[in-house]
Design a protein around this ligand. Structure first.
Ligand SMILES: [Zn+2]
Length: 259
């Protein structure tokens, strides 16, 4: 096993087989997704144990990248070893600085520490210019090209939006409803609570609230579907969190504060 766990997870997520975090922890969910990805490619893996499936998946990743691996058999024979060397040479040559590791993600505070980190609610705001036009979720004829955000959350959000546009393209973003802006800065209490909402600091963004209602879980929220995994991964890679992934609640919402 030589291809790193994150690359394997990302491949599984892109194929719709894995909806968990791209965390580099190859656990049960990743192992199950690996088996499903191999079955979907027509491989008769029933008698194979998990490590053999993992090698087979790496063989398919390399084969689909145009590297000759020999048969997809989950056995790390000489041809697979040579292929892995080529894969690693290529990874070193082609990926000098992928965006997600070109910088350390900003370390955002826990929710209880946001006032110390961000200051008073509604202050220290700046304007984020969007790299693609969004529609206001509750009045879709209104086009959103920029919005107010906290100055300490601006850079990571700007990178996330640019990466999201590059990954999906504007047509797909629109089809998925990821261009539906549900708000950022909004100085108010949390719904049903006394504490201030993270929106009060302009450090939370909502997307497509109509299809990701506050109290819906992953069985109903559109954001929990595989097509949205990369969108949420990108926010997480920028140091933000998804309440949907963390709490299976409020799937519309990402924020630059940890729980
Ligand atoms: Zn929200």
């Amino acid at each position: 096993m030589m291809i790193d766990d994150r690359t394997v997870q990302r491949t599984l997520a892109d194929g719709g087989f894995y909806t968990g975090r791209i965390d580099g922890l190859y656990g049960d969910a990743s192992r199950g997704a690996t088996r499903n990805a191999l079955i979907a490619r027509g491989h008769a893996i029933a008698p194979w144990i998990d490590p053999r499936c993992r090698i087979a998946l790496e063989q398919t990743i390399m084969a689909e990248a145009g590297i000759e691996t020999g048969p997809i058999d989950g056995l790390a024979g000489p041809q697979t070893r040579i292929a892995l060397e080529r894969w690693q040479d290529r990874s070193r040559a082609v990926e000098p600085a992928p965006v997600n590791v070109a910088h350390q993600p900003d370390l955002f505070p826990r929710q209880k520490d946001v006032r110390a980190f961000y200051g008073a609610p509604g202050e220290h705001q700046t304007v984020l210019d969007l790299p693609f036009a969004m529609r206001l979720a509750w009045d879709t004829d209104t086009i959103i090209r920029r919005f107010s955000i906290h100055e300490k959350a601006h850079d990571s959000a700007a990178r996330a939006f640019a990466r999201i546009r590059d990954h999906y393209g504007e047509e797909k973003l629109r089809a998925l409803g990821l261009d539906l802006f549900g708000g950022c800065l909004n100085v108010r209490r949390m719904r049903g609570g006394k504490a201030m909402s993270m929106h009060s600091w302009g450090i939370a963004i909502d997307f497509d609230p109509a299809h990701n209602a506050l109290r819906w879980g992953r069985d109903r929220a559109r954001m929990a579907r595989p097509a949205y995994a990369r969108f949420l991964d990108i926010w997480e890679e920028e140091g933000w969190i998804s309440l949907g992934r963390e709490r299976n609640f409020d799937w519309m919402h990402v924020q630059a504060a940890r729980l």
